[in-house]
Structures are given as structure tokens and as C-alpha cells.
Write a protein that binds this ligand. Structure first.
Ligand code: SF4
Length: 199
């Protein structure tokens, strides 16, 4: 596939790799631009890269990414068919005890990074956007979004269906029945989003 969409995404990514629009550039190793199928009908968006993603320059490749891969496999959705991205493309973190600790992105950082998010959304033009966790849902769906109450509900975002599910880092913090329940809900939401994207 070598049409304009592919070229424009590559050009936009190249521009983003040098971005200093917010202060997160100071501690990052890599800008983590979205990746996947430029023709994806389903786009997944998290809040920001973690340490592994920052080190490798790719989204969802750490422990949470591995769990997401297992959930995608259970949902019958090949990762390569999707577009995966984040609200911010540099790792949101704070210096603490001589190391870097992950944190949620600040509103100003999300606003600064919106230029790249909008470019990805416009170029990929998915039918469905699935927010991974309440942080992206609070920016894309509505600011008071409550995951437990509104998970799986389908909203509209400028003509695109948009819904939210758990971030794949959440089940990693659970065990036993709780793990099974949340992982199962994640798989069910991925299936729902996949079905909506295929309509
Ligand atoms: S988070 Fe986004 S806006 Fe901030 S420096 Fe990184 S790419 Fe630029």
C-alpha cells in the first residue's frame, strides 16, 4: 500500500519524532507515534507510553501490551489490522528518588500532543475508536467519564463511534476471579468494538 495515506502518516511520524511541544521531550528516549494498519477501521488509544514503549519507540510493547495481545487474540482481532496509539507520544513521568515514575499525562501535555492525535485520527479515519482506560475516555468522550458505569456504551465523536474499556495494565494488578472478570470484560469490549468496526 503506497497511497497518500501511508506517505502522509510516515511524513507526520517523521515530524513528530522531533517534537518539543511540551516538556515531556526532556525525559523521553523516543517519541512513540501510533502504529498499525493505516486502513484500520478500529483504533485503540491509551494514555501514554510507559518505560518499555519509551525505550523501544513503539506503543503497547511492555507487560500491558503483552496482555493486550492476549486479549486481542481471544477477541479474534489481529493486532496488525488495528491502529494503536496514545493521548501523548512521549512518556509521562516524574523524577522520583533518582528514577522516573510513570504518571497520567497532564491536560496541557494532552493538549500539546493533540496535533499528532488529530493527524493520526484524520489520516487513519477509523470507524470506531476504543479508549483503553478512563483517561483517554475523559478527553475523547466526556470529562466526567466513569469507566465502571459507562464502559461498553457507544458514544459518537464527530461521526465516529467511540467507546471505552479497561486499560490492559489494570488486570495485571489483579489476581484470581478479579483478574478473570476484568480480562473477560476487556475481551468482550474488544469483540464489541471489532463488530462495530466491521458493520
Ligand atoms: S508528548 Fe506529544 S506534544 Fe509532548 S513532546 Fe511528546 S510528541 Fe510532543
Amino acid at each position: 500500500m503506497t497511497d497518500n495515506r501511508v506517505q502522509e502518516l510516515a511524513q507526520t511520524r517523521d515530524q513528530a519524532l522531533g517534537c518539543q511541544r511540551c516538556g515531556l521531550w526532556r525525559t523521553r528516549q523516543h517519541v512513540v507515534f501510533g502504529e498499525g494498519n493505516p486502513y484500520a477501521t478500529l483504533l485503540l488509544i491509551g494514555e501514554g507510553p510507559g518505560a518499555t514503549e519509551d525505550a523501544r519507540g513503539r506503543p503497547f510493547v511492555g507487560q500491558a501490551g503483552k496482555l493486550l495481545d492476549r486479549a486481542l487474540a481471544d477477541a479474534g482481532l489481529p493486532r496488525g489490522d488495528l491502529w494503536l496509539t496514545n493521548l501523548v507520544r512521549s512518556r509521562p513521568c516524574t523524577l522520583q528518588n533518582g528514577g522516573l515514575r510513570n504518571r497520567a499525562p497532564l491536560a496541557g501535555e494532552v493538549a500539546a500532543c493533540r496535533v499528532w492525535r488529530d493527524a493520526e485520527f484524520d489520516l487513519v479515519a477509523p470507524r470506531v475508536i476504543l479508549c483503553l482506560g478512563s483517561v483517554p475516555a475523559s478527553y475523547l468522550i466526556h470529562k466526567d467519564f466513569r469507566l465502571n458505569a459507562e464502559r461498553s456504551q457507544v458514544f459518537e465523536l464527530e461521526g465516529t463511534k467511540c467507546l471505552a474499556t479497561y486499560h490492559p495494565s489494570y488486570p495485571l494488578r489483579l489476581a484470581g476471579e478479579d483478574y478473570g472478570r476484568v480480562f473477560g470484560a476487556l475481551v468482550a469490549d474488544l469483540k464489541l468494538a471489532g463488530a462495530l468496526a466491521s458493520e
